[in-house]
Write a protein that binds this ligand. Structure first.
Ligand SMILES: Cc1cc2nc3c(=O)[nH]c(=O)nc-3n(C[C@H](O)[C@H](O)[C@H](O)COP(=O)(O)OP(=O)(O)OC[C@H]3O[C@@H](n4cnc5c(N)ncnc54)[C@H](O)[C@@H]3O)c2cc1C
Length: 432
């Protein structure tokens, strides 16, 4: 019996395989590994599934990625911006209102100062929800001009429906001095977790997957798991094959994995049905002109624009476009609470890119590639914690480790996926 099965060949599954070294079988449903970190060639362009940029908090992950990519990594100092009121300001908005209309800057400054006077924020402060966090930490001006509309657009629901358990590494909290300086001057300070980032010189983000997969063989591709008999510890695949296991690592989206369990478990199915997520319609264009932008990416908080973010891959690496071209990726969030019209959205995005002055005309578009990313962001609503805990506790009792961004059901990065795989491999090695 193969003692250990890994389901899913995204970064988390590949990392588990790499760190286990042997004694496992990895099954991936697609014809190649990589999951969200695949890069597709199309008409002379290389398109990632939206922007996939590497940043590190952990030294082990940093060293591993640098070793795997052996010189095939470019280091960047982030150039991220916000577009609103028909102008660009630096990211993060809360620290950089310089250049906005005077009344907007005044709203942001007075709101911030008022919030500082009113609320004593300590590490132990408890918040009712994400909106409450925004208002107490940044005040009503920054909330109204960026934080509330941007987050509602990205998450597809109002921030009051979200908790705050996901946000500590992701949302920078500038001091009063920084907010004032950033209102009076063009403050170019490296706020936040991704001020420095890395990207492969050649091969798009999939270069990382390829390097990891080479050291994590064997991988069985084109093999979709269909059911998991958790009592007999037996997986059935769409091609009719079966595989028994002693331990199972799953990186499949949690709601899908729960629906695959047999015999079925109604209480877990009820919990899984409450897990919410939003999807991203990622529309990429190849453009017939060089130097489309001097920026890495731009946030769009305003409702008039269909996308919440756009980015410029040729500024990550010149090798993802041909010499006289450039490209742009756009991200449109959707969910049952805010659906997207997939028949009209591509044209709308082109119009919006022209309105923002990024495209001169839709005739500049010479390639188009859409990735419909069903599971993109896990939504931390008020039922999240109890449901995720219930499901994971059951799985662990039954020798199933559900990891990665969607197996763990969390807001996490490529680095986190690599570390999840490593930690799980180490735990299982002790059990075998
Ligand atoms: C829009 C967007 C932008 C992002 N940008 C960044 C970024 O800039 N930087 C960063 O660090 N992170 C970013 N991330 C996060 C990053 O993509 C993830 O953290 C990471 O890729 C997750 O890897 P994973 O292995 O957990 O999941 P996945 O990549 O989803 O892998 C799961 C694998 O399971 C396979 N699978 C599914 N069902 C089955 C089945 N039934 N049988 C067999 N195989 C199956 C899938 O095909 C897939 O290969 C972004 C994510 C999104 C959505």
């Amino acid at each position: 019996m193969t003692p250990l099965i890994i389901l899913g060949g995204g970064l988390a599954g590949l990392s588990a395989a790499y760190h286990l070294k042997e004694g496992y079988t990895l099954y991936e449903k697609e014809d190649r590994p990589g999951g969200l970190c695949r890069s597709d060639p199309h008409r002379g362009f290389l398109f990632d599934r939206s922007g996939h940029l590497l940043h590190f908090k952990n030294d082990y992950a940093r060293k591993l990625v640098h070793r795997l990519l052996k010189g095939n990594l470019i280091t960047h100092r982030r150039s991220a911006w916000v577009y609103s009121k028909e102008r660009y300001t630096r990211y993060p908005f809360q620290a950089n209102t310089y250049g906005l209309p005077a009344e907007v800057i005044a709203d942001c400054l007075f709101g911030f100062i008022e919030a500082k006077k009113r609320y004593q924020i300590t590490p132990r402060t408890r918040y009712k929800n994400f909106e409450d966090w925004i208002l107490r930490n940044f005040g009503r001006g920054i909330a109204a001009h960026f934080m509330l509309p941007y987050n509602e657009k990205m998450w597809t629901l109002p921030p009051r429906e979200l908790t705050t358990e996901w946000l500590s590494p992701y949302v920078p909290r500038p001091s009063l001095e920084e907010v004032v300086l950033g209102a009076l001057t063009d403050q170019n300070k490296p706020f936040g977790y991704n001020a420095e980032f890395f990207y492969p010189h050649r091969g798009g983000i999939e270069a990382l997957v390829r390097a990891l997969a080479k050291e994590a063989k064997p991988i069985t591709t084109g093999c979709r798991a269909e059911t998991v008999d958790w009592k007999r510890r037996l997986i059935r695949f769409a091609n009719g094959e079966e595989a028994p296991y002693n331990y199972l690592i799953s990186t499949l989206p949690l709601p899908e994995f729960i629906s695959m369990l047999t015999p079925s478990l109604p209480h877990l199915e009820r919990a899984a049905a409450e897990l919410r997520f939003c999807s991203v319609y990622n529309i990429n264009f190849g453009i017939s002109r060089k130097n489309l932008s001097d920026k890495h990416w731009v946030y769009f908080p305003e409702k008039e624009f269909s996308f919440y973010r756009v980015g410029f891959p040729a500024n990550f690496s010149p090798h993802v476009v041909s010499p006289r071209a450039s490209s742009v990726y756009t991200e449109v969030s959707y969910s049952p609470s805010r659906p997207v019209d997939k028949l009209t959205i591509v044209d709308k995005v082109k119009e919006d890119l022209q309105r923002a002055g990024i495209l001169k005309s839709s005739k500049e578009v010479i390639a188009e590639k859409v990735f419909d990313i069903k599971y993109a962001y896990v939504i931390y609503d008020h039922t999240y914690r109890k449901n995720v805990r219930l499901i994971h506790q059951f799985l662990q009792r039954n020798r199933i480790f559900s990891i990665g961004r969607f197996g763990g059901w969390k807001y996490s990065s490529m680095e986190d996926a690599i570390l999840d795989g490593k930690e799980t491999a180490e735990k299982i090695a002790k059990l075998l």
